[in-house]
Design a protein around this ligand. Structure first.
Ligand SMILES: CC(C)(COP(=O)(O)OP(=O)(O)OC[C@H]1O[C@@H](n2cnc3c(N)ncnc32)[C@H](O)[C@@H]1OP(=O)(O)O)[C@@H](O)C(=O)NCCC(=O)NCCS
Length: 180
């Protein structure tokens, strides 16, 4: 099992973490990532922290954090709920640091989340993306999400089969860290 200590410097490690262990670093990554899209983000330190903890209430297992050289380069959070007997998944946040963007990190972490949600039994996964956030929109479309509503600010998207069959095997460098 890979861990941050034995992970080669050019590899990633994905692990579940509670934000209070790494709060300042996460706030910094979030702020840098959303610098071009303040209209879709929380902007003050306190509102970002409150936002993280509100997500954690929905999904207490913590954030999925991607580290490289022991520094956070990305994080994401998924959730799921029961509706009319069906388990519905949700991508609640995906953030990649500008230091790591454009290198496939977003795609890898999303594939990883989709596989987790598929294993939880979610056949549909929903998310919302800012309508001017073309980069994120492209990423989601590439992974098979389809728009079904535009409310003026957000585009609502769904993927009907959570499992991304083309990348079902998790990439070797994205081994989940053992729970501490
Ligand atoms: C959106 C985000 C997560 C993408 O992460 P990333 O690691 O840079 O993305 P990847 O390198 O995996 O690229 C995946 C796809 O995104 C799209 N994409 C990435 N960079 C792009 C760019 N500069 N212009 C247009 N599309 C782009 C492409 O479709 C790309 O697929 P391709 O490489 O096969 O062409 C990242 O830019 C980010 O953190 N943005 C700010 C936070 C945010 O918007 N989160 C989503 C909230 S809904």
């Amino acid at each position: 099992m890979s861990s941050e200590d034995d992970c080669p410097a050019d590899r990633f490690v994905i692990s579940r973490k509670q934000p209070d262990e790494i709060l300042d670093e996460m706030v910094q990554v979030y702020r840098e990532a959303y610098a071009n899209y303040p209209q879709y983000a929380e902007n003050s330190y306190q509102s970002i922290v409150n936002y993280f903890y509100s997500l954690l209430k929905v999904r207490p297992e913590g954030f999925l954090v991607v580290s490289q050289n022991k520094q956070i380069i990305a994080f994401a959070i998924e959730g799921f709920y029961q509706l009319n007997g069906e388990r519905i998944g949700e991508i609640m946040e995906v953030v990649v640091s500008p230091r790591a963007k454009g290198k496939g990190t977003g795609k890898k972490i999303l594939n990883y989340l989709m596989n987790i949600l598929s294993k939880y039994g979610c056949e549909k996964v929903y998310l919302e993306v800012g309508r001017k956030n073309k980069i994120a929109f492209n990423l989601y479309e590439k992974l098979g999400f389809k728009s079904f509503r535009d409310d003026g600010k957000w585009i609502h998207m769904v993927k009907e089969d959570a499992e991304n069959k083309t990348t079902h095997e998790l990439p070797g460098e994205l081994l989940p860290q053992q729970k501490e």
